[in-house]
Design a protein around this ligand. Sequence first.
Ligand code: HXC
Length: 510
Amino acid sequence: MKEILKQLEAKRAEARSGGGTSRVKAQHLKGKLTARERLEVLLDENSFEEFDMFVSHRCVDFDMASNKIPGDGVITGWGKINGRLVYVFSQDFTVFGGSLSETHAKKICKVMDMAMQNGAPIIGLNDSGGARIQEGVASLAGYAEVFKRNILASGVVPQISVIMGPCAGGAVYSPAITDFIFMVRNSSYMFVTGPEVVKTVTNEIVTAEELGGANTHTTRSSVADGAFDNDIETLRAIRRLYSFLPLSNREKPPVLISFDNVDRVETSLDTLIPDNPNSPYDMRELIIKIADEYDFFELQEDFAKNIIIGFIRLEGYSIGVVANQPLTLAGCLDIDSSKKAARFVRFCDAFEIPLLTLVDVPGFLPGVAQEYGGVIKHGAKLLFAYGEATVPKVTVITRKAYGGAYDVMSSKHLRGDFNYAWPTAEIAVMGAKGAVEIIYRSELSDKNKINRLTNSYEERFANPFVAAEQGFIDDIIMPRSTRKRVLQAFGSLRGKKVINPWKKHDNIPL
Ligand code: HXC
């Protein structure tokens, strides 16, 4: 008996050593943790339960029969994050470069199936040279099995991808389907075709970092939702993100104990809006002052900065925030900001996270590039996402809400539940100057008259009262009491039940 126990321990030790000391050292020299060390940072202490530690590949070509490493390049199992269940896989670059074989894929599929069956999120730590070259099409089939599960799990359990090394070729499409992608700066990259192929085909010369590094994907492509300086920071951010999410679409998001005052008044908000209506201010200040403990977890902060998205808590409940940011492009909606916010709204709706929308939007960004780029279809995504969302929706208009953008930003007409305005709100078809210049085009040369008309248009429309008279705004609230009012509104919506008409699925303008 003792002998068998010893054998088991020896086999476990062999599996735990991955690709061996020298490869582990090489991994550390690159500033990267090993697959197991990463799971230790990600999960609660001693909570990890491993599956399939002894699985090895079945390939016999290229002398592979004599080259087997238990675990086959991926560590899979389940554990806890702050006491809540999560399924995980962590690719081990020290074993065949973390490449995906048939059995490696089967291990991933097994935890994905368990996550779906038991209603818990799945987090994948990606660090892989892609398809196991020795296995050919068996490996491609393995990828497709993973993709299929990603697709079926979408909207059922939250899926999070962390890119912590290479992720190239078709392999990128599994993370791409998941809900959130976080990357590590300078040690991870994602691209469909690498720098060599790019050079051959298009003659462009780029490094892997330039083509698909964390900065590229958080500032230009928006493929990734966050970038962090090293493995530890990235994994800690994932733990934080996880705390806002429900285990599945069958459950509500977790409610944490909040020590913040529900009646907290922020007098400084009364002067947040500058006297000059064209001066910017930082909408983030409002988000932070509304949030429990001033805590805001922002996503995609370096992309489409004219809109802000992220999570806060109110009375301990998770809330998704979407807010126009007047500091960038005056807070206009454009292609990028519409896409960014629309996907976030849909995520929140899929997982029953209520939505808070803060509005200061002068309209859609005009321009040839925007029209040629399809701002019509992309803007429609946000409109569609808000309109179909059945979660509690509370909106606060702080200043401008002009034109179509007023409708889009979770207006009453798109089933907003509580729509509040600050006294500084201006809800109109467009700004007074533009409006008068159109209505009185033939009298533009009479500057005095135009100024007079602009003032009277402003007086009539640059306020929240016209909309409030029609019931499109439920109340005009004091900026200082925004937290309290928003919190009360969400509190009253906890029992909200709205069901959309039956359909196979919708046809959002992709
Ligand atoms: C098998 C692989 C491998 C792979 C790396 N290794 N990639 N083994 N299949 N795809 C092995 C290496 O042989 C080496 O083994 C170890 O992993 C580390 O690799 P190095 O090259 O020494 O590391 P590094 O210099 O850091 O370079 C990493 C790399 C490079 C950039 C990922 O290895 C590379 O270019 N690999 C090939 C990438 C690729 O073309 N993959 C297929 C893409 S197509 P030893 O024993 O020496 O430690 C694809 C299609 C997916 O993935 C389609 C889905 C639909």
